[in-house]
Design a protein around this ligand. Structure first.
Ligand SMILES: [Zn+2]
Length: 294
C-alpha cells in the first residue's frame, strides 16, 4: 500500500510533466506556425514571373504586326498579403510539376517558363497551405496551371465562370485537369457584384465579363503605391486601349467592350494604375517577388 501510495503521486507528477511538455510543445509549434505566416500591418503585393508566350499571331487580336511593339506576352501571377489573410491571383501557364528543378527553361506550346510558382511563393515566405483565397481572372490555361495546388483555399469565382468550367462539355480553351480539384473547394460564388475580400476596401474583385463568361479583375489599394487594377485579360496589349478591338476568341465581344467602358470609368474615378497582366513592357518595369509593393 505504501509502495502504491508513493508510486501514484510520482506517476501523476510524471503524467503532468508529460502533459505540460506536450502543451508547451504545442504552444511552441503554434507560435512557430504563426511566425512562419506572420501577416504584415499593411497590404503587400508580390509579383511572380510565370514565363512568356511567344509566337502569337497579332491577327487573333484583330491587330497588325505594326500596331504593337511586340506580340510577345508575359505570364504573371500575384500574391496579395493582407493583415487578415492572403489572396493568390492567377496561377501561371505551365504546371510546376512540368518545370525543371534546376531552373532551365521548359517550353510547352506557346509557353516558356523557368521558375515554379511554389518556389516563388516560398521565397516570399509562403506555401500553398498559407493561401487563404484563390482568385483566377478567368479559366484560360495560361492562368490556371497550378490551380489544383490551391484547392485548400477558398475559391472566389463568378457563377457563370464556374458553370462553364464544370459544364458537361467545358469550353475547348480550358485545361480542366489543371483546376479539377477546385470543384470541391470551399467556394465563394459571385454574381457580378463587387466583392470586398477582406472587408476594408483594399482588395476588391470586380466583374468584367466578356473575355470569358465570368472574367474578373482585381482592385488593390496599397498605402504607398496607391490604387492599382490587375486587369486579367480585359486587355492583352496597351495598344488595344481606346479601340474596339478584342480577341477573335472572345466569349462575348459586346460584353467585353461594355466591361472595358465600366472599368475605364472606374480607373478614372479612382486614379488606379492599370496593370495588363500579359503586358511585357509593364511587367519588365515591375519589382518582382520576393521584393513587394506596399
Ligand atoms: Zn491570358
Amino acid at each position: 500500500m505504501i509502495q502504491h501510495g508513493r508510486e501514484r503521486p510520482t506517476r501523476r507528477a510524471g503524467d503532468m510533466l508529460v502533459a505540460m511538455s506536450r502543451q508547451t510543445r504545442n504552444l511552441l509549434f503554434s507560435l512557430l506556425l504563426l511566425a512562419s505566416i506572420a501577416l504584415p500591418q499593411s497590404v503587400r503585393l508580390y509579383v511572380f514571373d510565370n514565363g512568356v508566350i511567344k509566337g502569337i499571331e497579332p491577327a487573333s487580336f484583330q491587330l497588325k504586326k505594326e500596331d504593337i511593339a511586340t506580340s510577345d506576352m508575359v505570364v504573371a501571377s500575384y500574391l496579395i498579403v493582407h493583415p487578415k489573410g492572403t489572396l493568390l491571383w492567377d496561377t501561371g501557364a505551365i504546371p510546376d510539376g512540368a518545370l525543371n528543378a534546376d531552373g532551365t527553361p521548359v517550353t510547352q506550346r506557346f509557353f516558356t517558363a523557368s521558375k515554379t510558382l511554389k518556389s516563388q511563393l516560398a521565397a516570399a515566405g509562403f506555401k500553398a497551405g498559407d493561401i487563404t483565397y484563390l482568385g483566377l481572372s478567368h479559366y484560360h490555361g495560361d492562368h490556371t496551371a497550378n490551380a489544383n495546388d490551391f484547392a485548400g483555399s477558398t475559391w472566389l469565382v463568378q457563377q457563370p465562370e464556374r458553370d462553364a468550367m464544370f459544364a458537361e462539355k467545358p469550353p475547348n480553351i480550358t485545361q480542366i485537369a489543371q483546376y479539377a480539384a477546385l470543384k470541391n473547394s470551399k467556394t465563394k460564388i459571385l454574381n457580378g457584384e463587387d466583392y470586398d475580400v477582406f472587408g476594408d476596401g483594399t482588395v476588391v474583385i470586380k466583374a468584367a465579363y466578356g473575355h470569358t463568361p465570368g472574367h474578373q479583375v482585381l482592385f488593390v489599394k496599397l498605402a504607398k503605391t496607391g490604387p492599382l487594377l490587375l486587369a486579367g485579360d480585359l486587355y492583352h496589349y496597351q495598344e488595344e486601349r481606346g479601340t474596339t478591338k478584342v480577341p477573335t476568341f472572345e466569349f462575348n465581344k459586346e460584353q467585353s467592350l461594355a466591361s472595358r467602358v465600366v472599368i475605364e470609368a472606374f480607373l478614372k474615378q479612382t486614379g488606379a494604375q492599370l496593370w495588363i497582366e500579359h503586358d511585357l513592357a509593364n511587367f519588365n518595369k515591375l519589382r518582382k517577388s520576393p521584393a513587394f509593393y506596399e
